[in-house]
Design a protein around this ligand. Sequence first.
Ligand SMILES: [Zn+2]
Length: 104
Amino acid sequence: VKLTDLQPRWVRAGGEGTTDAAGAPVPERLGVGVSFECPCGCGGPRVYVQFSNPLDGGPPVADGDGHWARTGETFETLDLQPSIQRLRGCRWHGFVRNGEIVTV
Ligand SMILES: [Zn+2]
């Protein structure tokens, strides 16, 4: 299945109305990760992965779930390393390879 068949969306962070723990505004970030419908068809929560190299050229957004190395700047060419493993629910495991979903 192609990534483009799974309603993919780039993920933003920060921006208007967002403040850090000290109350300072957090600048808007674009393309810090990608989300898409679960490839297994379970209808569960969207898969969300954060990039170690966001599309906007800024540093990765800190989070406890790790980061994936991104190649490609469109959904048609996106490639992520390493594989993605859902830790809850359906436990889908697979790759995003040059815009294609490869379930393992
Ligand atoms: Zn699933």
